[in-house]
Design a protein around this ligand. Structure first.
Ligand code: ANZ
Length: 894
């Protein structure tokens, strides 16, 4: 029999698919049903494909192949998220244009992906750095820029539809421009930004982790700079509400909700003592208003200077200076020591008329709520710390049920932040609204109602989400197609002026002061309006890497269109993405940004669905192992040897080390390169192993031994079909067991695939092969096996299908169906024991009666040395919980 040679088979079928464009779908497709399956496209890094990539990609590929066999038009594209820092860093070091290295890397990724047999429609390949792609990324930006958000209708509308007040219109073009600028969904503003000197760029809040850049781990400082911002905050409510329309993992929905951070509360006006002005605070706990003993406003609050008394000025100025050096993130770290300064001024609590000292403190952020907090040390941890530090009184107004804790809270020794009962309170308003003894939830309502009735407060909702900082001081990104004119106005390029191409430059270093390297491309930078002769300067910032990935799923639908970004009919046919698979690390960045862009496009009528991705699935992380020595230091795998008892020792000095689970990393030398695995076992084995390791969503450990088991199955499948000595029988000559095993396998594989449970599908295939290996089977059963194997072991599937006499690809074979009736068992094998020893097996109906069973046993044994009679004692054992016999033990001569 021919030997299984994966390298030959795989090359042969990859060539076939390429030449026949087997997985190409054109236009609207031809079937009734469509299925758009999308992988999160990779950044084409210089390191090539990581083993984590094929994990998710194999899952989606199997699902696509299955759906094609079920008669769906399947759209399954692949491309590259190709702008980004590493290529620019490379350019900085080598002077080589980033597009060159990016193109090379994309080519390498494509070769690696093709070697894994993925059924992408490669004619749809795109890279976000292609001019024909970013032309439309820029176009979408112009649409966002030229829109405003109508609060009443809760949707984006073209800027021309924004009502302009008469007096603004009368004041001229510049006044109208400035007015519109306040409403555009993309705006230019001086903002405190996260400036990362190490990377030479600003970063979005989402890209900063614990005060360091997510990429590279460089320090991040705060600095005011002119930046482009996108008003994603206008969509806060819809981004929360419309999560209900989609089928995403609960954990990701929760992360998005938390990120957007909706808080219900009240704004309360405190009068400034001796003035006719208020400071408003935002609080989620109006129930604590009687417990206020101070107020803290942010050091950047606009009233700070005015309200600082001469005696306090030096201290306040010094404190402001200190606070300005800290990032917002550093300022919000929990349990940080509280700092601040007294302004010398007082405000008046509206509900009890008390005089409340006014402080500044950096734990209050200027751009959240109103930038002012009422200090309630008895019920807020931060306020408690602050009050302790500055000797401010603590007054409890709520207490828990439990007596001992309640006593501590009442004495001001403990801060109580949970629900509780309102304590007795002598202030007249407290008496008037009768809050004593009520739950603090009731008190929230009563106090807010009182404030509203007396014109001192209102109910408000706040969102934690901030506008999206959209500009980067980098070269390798989409240029923002804006011209700043000398008269202080801007214009955005029109559709026919796009793409605004990145100019070729020789020096990729950011210019001093943090401007993008594009500021050095003088010919590109400086423009003159041919009509008016006015001079202008192009925007030098580029877009962040997130921009390209915000809409790539739309371009895949119509990737070669050079008239528009996508055709409307095609968009209607294919959207939304039915299944989107990728890592959970994109929970709040990419997935929130893409939803936001999509909603703007929806409001403007460019797309037909409110949400882009219907079902989201996160693949789990693939980890490997490493070792830890007695000091807790990690030891790379190649510095350790395990003996036959599994004891691991350092090769260098014999020290015993502990085997641990670790993330794959270059330094631990435990990274698995997919190319090596393909070389050793073939892509089909790699694919099957990746899927067999465990549920796709679970974290899994790469085990170089376990892949052998899967490889044996693949080889067995090959020899099963290639075995020339096999007798192939007619369909009606198959035993009931074979028929049942086949229907059972079809049911299990089908159901597993529908639920994306690839590991259980493979188990079912393995059991199926075991059940029929030594049986007489029909050609149809062999075909059933091959069709079901083909989405997993894709090359082998084709090879076996061909061996069974087919000249067309198996990719569009009809998926087998099963019949529940056939799963039912009619006959059963019963073990016959005489005096406890096995002496034979009989096949009988599952409905056999006990007396018939006796007769059959007597008949079976009649020709043997162990004759029995119906008068002997028969003990019948049944299958668990059924009346189907499993075993009969005959005790002779009773
Ligand atoms: C008084 C109070 C009493 C509060 C109490 C809490 C507990 P979330 O849920 O995140 O919206 N706060 C308001 N604006 C702030 C700002 N700019 N910077 C820092 N903190 C601010 O939090 C709302 C609560 O955070 C508000 O409710 C306010 O403190 C504080 F027992 O007001 B609270």
């Amino acid at each position: 029999m021919a030997e299984y040679r994966p390298s030959e088979i795989e090359a042969k079928w990859q060539k076939y698919w390429d030449e026949h464009k087997t997985f190409k779908v054109e236009g609207l497709g031809t079937k009734d049903k469509k299925m758009y399956v999308l992988d999160m496209f990779p950044y084409p890094s210089g390191a090539g494909l990581h083993i984590g990539h094929p994990l998710g990609y194999t899952g989606t590929d199997i699902f696509c192949r299955y759906k094609r066999m079920r008669g769906y038009d399947v759209l399954h594209p692949m491309g590259y998220d190709a702008f980004g820092l590493p290529a620019e860093q490379h350019a900085l070091n080598t002077g080589e244009h980033p597009s060159k290295i990016t193109r090379e890397n994309c080519g390498r990724f494509t070769r690696q992906l093709k070697a894994l047999g993925f059924s992408y429609d490669w004619d749809r390949e795109i890279a976000t750095c292609d001019e024909e792609y970013y032309r439309w990324t820029q176009w979408i930006f112009t649409k966002i820029y030229n829109s405003w958000f109508d609060e009443e209708q809760q949707k984006a509308r073209p800027i021309e539809e924004l009502p302009i007040p008469e007096e603004v219109r009368a004041a001229g073009k510049k006044a109208v421009f400035d007015y519109q600028a306040q409403y555009r969904l993309a705006y230019n503003a001086e903002a405190m930004v996260n400036w990362c000197p190490g990377l030479g760029t600003v970063l979005a809040n989402e890209e900063v982790i614990d005060g360091k850049s997510e990429r590279g781990g460089f320090d991040v400082i705060r600095k005011p700079m002119k930046q482009w911002m996108l008003r994603i905050t206008k969509y806060s409510e819809r981004l929360i509400k419309e999560l209900d329309l989609i089928d995403w993992p609960q954990a990701i929905k929760d992360q998005q909700r938390n990120w957007i951070g909706k808080s219900y509360g009240a704004e309360i006006a405190f009068k400034i003592e001796g003035q006719d002005k208020d400071i408003r605070v935002f609080t989620t706990r109006p129930d604590t208003l009687f417990g206020v003993t101070f107020m803290v406003i942010s050091p950047e609050h606009p009233l700070v200077d005015e309200l600082t008394t001469d005696a306090q000025r030096a201290a306040v100025t010094a404190y402001k200076e200190q606070a300005s050096k800290m990032s917002e993130l550093a300022r919000t770290i929990e349990n940080r020591e509280k700092t601040g300064a007294f302004t010398g001024s007082y405000v008046i609590n509206p509900i009890n008329g008390e005089r409340v000292p006014l402080y500044i403190g950096d734990y209050v952020l200027v751009n959240y709520g109103t930038g002012a907090v009422m200090g309630v040390p008895s019920h807020d941890d931060r306020d408690f710390d602050y009050a302790k530090k500055y000797g401010i009184p603590i007054r409890a107004v709520i207490a828990p049920e439990e007596k001992e804790t309640a006593a501590k809270v009442a004495a001001g020794e403990l801060c109580w932040t949970e629900a509780g009962v309102m304590l007795p309170c002598d202030f007249p308003v407290a008496k008037e609204i009768e809050i004593e003894g009520k739950s603090n939830e009731d008190a929230k309502k009563l106090i807010t109602d009182w404030l509203i009735a007396h014109g001192r407060g209102s109910r408000v909702i706040n969102y934690r989400l901030r506008d999206w900082l959209f500009s980067r001081q980098r070269y390798w990104g989409e240029p923002i197609p804006i011209i700043h004119w000398e008269d202080g106005t801007d214009t955005i390029l029109s559709e026919d002026e796009l793409p605004l191409k990145l100019p070729l430059i020789a020096d990729y270093k950011p210019s001093d002061g943090g401007e993008s390297p594009l500021a050095k491309a003088k010919d590109w930078l400086e423009v003159t309006d041919p009509k008016t002769g006015m001079k202008g300067r192009r925007e030098t910032n580029t877009m962040p890497q997130w921009a390209g990935s915000c809409w790539y799923y739309l371009r895949f639908i119509d990737p070669h269109n050079n008239k528009c970004a996508w055709d409307k009919e095609l968009e209607k046919r294919w959207m939304p993405v039915d299944l989107y698979v990728g890592g959970a690390e994109h929970a709040v960045l990419h997935l929130l940004y893409a939803r936001f862009w999509h909603k703007v496009l929806f409001d403007l009528g460019y797309v037909s669905t409110p949400e882009p991705f219907h079902k989201l699935f996160n693949q789990g992380m693939l980890v490997s192992y490493a070792y830890k020595d007695s000091r807790g230091a990690l030891v790379p795998v190649d510095e350790v040897q395990e003996d036959e008892n599994g004891v691991a020792r350092k090769i260098a000095d014999g020290e015993v080390v502990e085997r641990i689970t670790a993330k794959m990393s270059k330094s631990l030398r435990n990274v698995i390169n997919p190319d090596d695995v393909v070389k050793a076992y073939g892509a089909d084995t790699l694919r099957m192993y990746l899927m067999f390791m465990g549920p796709l969503e679970a974290m899994k450990m790469w085990d170089s031994q376990a892949i052998n088991g899967v490889h044996r199955f693949v080889k067995k499948a090959y020899s099963f079909i290639f075995d020339e000595s096999r007798e192939v029988v007619a369909e009606d000559a198959e035993s009931e067991d074979v028929v049942r095993a086949t229907h059972l396998a079809v049911k299990r594989v089908t159901e597993s695939l529908e639920g994306l449970r690839f590991n259980t599908a493979i188990s079912a295939l393995m059991e199926f092969l075991n059940a029929i290996t030594y049986e007489k089977v029909s050609k149809k059963t062999l075909e059933t096996f091959v069709i079901m194997l083909a989405p997993f072991a894709v090359h082998l599937g084709e090879e076996l299908w061909e061996k069974l006499g087919h000249s067309e690809t198996v990719a569009y074979a009809t998926w087998p169906s099963y019949d529940e009736e056939k799963l039912k068992q009619n006959e059963v094998s019963v073990v016959v024991q005489i005096g406890g020893k096995k002496r034979g097996v009989l096949t009988t109906s599952i409905e056999v009666s006990e007396s018939d069973l006796k007769k059959e046993v007597v008949a079976l044994m009649a020709d043997s040395a162990f004759k029995v009679s119906e008068n002997d004692r028969f003990i019948v054992v049944y299958q668990n919980g059924t009346k189907i016999p499993k075993l009969v033990n005959v005790i002779c001569g009773r």
